[in-house]
Design a protein around this ligand. Structure first.
Ligand SMILES: [Zn+2]
Length: 445
């Protein structure tokens, strides 16, 4: 009887009953489908997704949901499916990417593409990022149809071909080339987690729902100077110049950038006592990682030769509110008096809007999470890395990164790592929450 309580609670919250599938059976199906899906190694590069798209198409069409395929380049296939709602507008897009990053099998405890279950975990490339979510989304669409849920708004599914190389052949390509096929006002994407230790310092269960991401700025710092015999130091050693530039940049970044973020204030308010770790530090401020240093003459570099050139690559991640031109001006001014030093931006992301989170969809997320975990904190936050959502936000879409499984920080960190995994006992509750979010949103006027 106790087990029926969350469902009852949810219905009571909704005020009206939305038909639901048998989640116990469907959770098991989600697990076995995820295994099949992980066994298709859709590694990016080259992100050949014809096979994964065929897998999804077969799954959806066997339940009577028509699919459209869009090939962005040979073998790179995107899939779109749709359930129609009664009213125009307020469409909800469920977005997942079918590609995965490569895996070095020799470093894994199990075969990364065997989708083995070990010690209560499903191991495999894509287990977190993000094939299981893709299955939750597809099964949500199927269940909505099977249960004959009366949708007020269209629910669209996009399984994209390419996210791990920037999305140029995936979601970004669909936005640019086939917007009418996926046009939406709201979207659910990757970037969220339910976790007890990543966000809360007190072990509270927190569901972080991503509503923004940081700006990426990649740059090079190049120093030039006079080469010569290392026995006679020169005042214009390129290495000294580079070191001075890097020191100044590091000091500047360690000082508070002074950016006011309403989103972070809201996040801090909701998560009473935030955990202190590299993730929570990264999402509250502008950061810099020095990612490479190149210098010296010869390989290996000759120890007694002063080189004429030294170079560093820099990865800046800026808060959405940080003004990029003003930031770059500050950097240039900071380095201006170091002779022979050049600062060059090699890549920067487009604007990074913050999605409004005072919305019906966000309320549906809160309601669905609380139906499963009454005490959980649901909070908007941002992610320090890039996702496809940014392209949608630029189109005015309110895009949320939602992860409905409860996972600890070590599992979240297994993303892109040598032991990517998802707890087996999370499939049923995670699918239930996903379904309830979408069903609640799409049946509301
Ligand atoms: Zn991903």
């Amino acid at each position: 009887m106790f087990k029926a309580w969350p469902a009852f609670f949810f219905l009571a919250l909704c005020g009206s009953a939305i038909a639901e599938p048998d989640f116990k059976t469907l959770g098991q199906k989600a697990l076995s489908l995820s295994q099949e899906y992980i066994r298709i190694p859709s590694v990016n590069p080259p992100a050949q997704t014809a096979q994964t798209a065929a897998f999804m198409k077969k799954l959806l069409e066997s339940e009577g949901i028509e699919c459209k395929l869009f090939e962005s380049s040979p073998g790179q296939v995107n899939l779109v499916a749709r359930l129609r709602g009664k009213n125009p507008g307020k469409q909800l897009l469920m977005l997942n990417h079918m590609d995965v990053v490569p895996a070095d099998a020799s470093r894994w405890p199990v075969d990364p593409f065997a989708a083995q279950i070990k010690d209560g975990m499903l191991y495999g490339r894509g287990a977190i990022d993000m094939k299981t979510t893709g299955i939750f989304q597809a099964l949500t669409l199927i269940a909505l149809k099977k249960e004959k849920v009366a949708l007020q708004h269209d629910v669209i599914l996009l399984c994209s071909a390419d996210e791990e190389s920037g999305g140029d052949q995936g979601a970004q390509w669909m936005i640019a080339q086939h917007w009418p096929e996926i046009e939406c006002e709201y979207a659910l994407d990757e970037g969220g987690f339910g976790t007890r230790d990543l966000l809360s310092g007190k072990g509270e269960l927190v569901f972080g729902v991503s509503v923004a991401e940081k700006k990426i700025v990649w740059a090079k710092l190049i120093a030039e100077g006079t080469s010569g015999h290392a026995s006679q130091p020169v005042p214009d050693n390129a290495n000294d110049r580079l070191r001075e530039g890097l020191n100044r940049l590091s000091q500047m970044m360690q000082k508070d950038s002074g950016v006011k973020s309403r989103l972070i204030e809201d996040f801090q308010k909701r998560v009473n006592g935030m955990a202190d770790n590299k993730f929570t530090r990264a999402i509250q401020r502008d950061t810099l990682s020095i990612t490479s240093l190149r210098s010296g003459v010869g390989d290996p570099p000759k120890v007694n030769v002063i080189p004429s050139k030294a170079e560093a690559t820099l990865d800046f991640r800026l808060m959405p509110e940080t003004d990029l031109p003003a930031f770059l001006k500050r950097v240039q001014a900071l380095l201006a008096d170091i002779p022979g030093l050049k600062f060059e931006v090699t890549h920067s992301t487009d604007p990074t809007p913050v999605s409004d989170y005072r919305t019906g969809l966000f309320a549906s997320i809160e309601k669905a999470v609380h139906s499963e975990y009454q005490q959980a904190v649901v909070t908007p936050y941002l992610v320090p890395f890039g996702t496809d959502s940014n392209g949608l936000r630029q189109k005015g879409v309110r895009a949320y990164g939602l992860g409905t499984a409860v996972v600890d920080a070590s599992i979240i960190a297994s993303m892109h790592s040598d032991a990517e995994r998802m707890p087996v006992d999370q499939f049923e509750p995670a699918l239930r929450i996903y379904y309830r979010v979408v069903a609640d949103y799409a049946t509301a006027p």
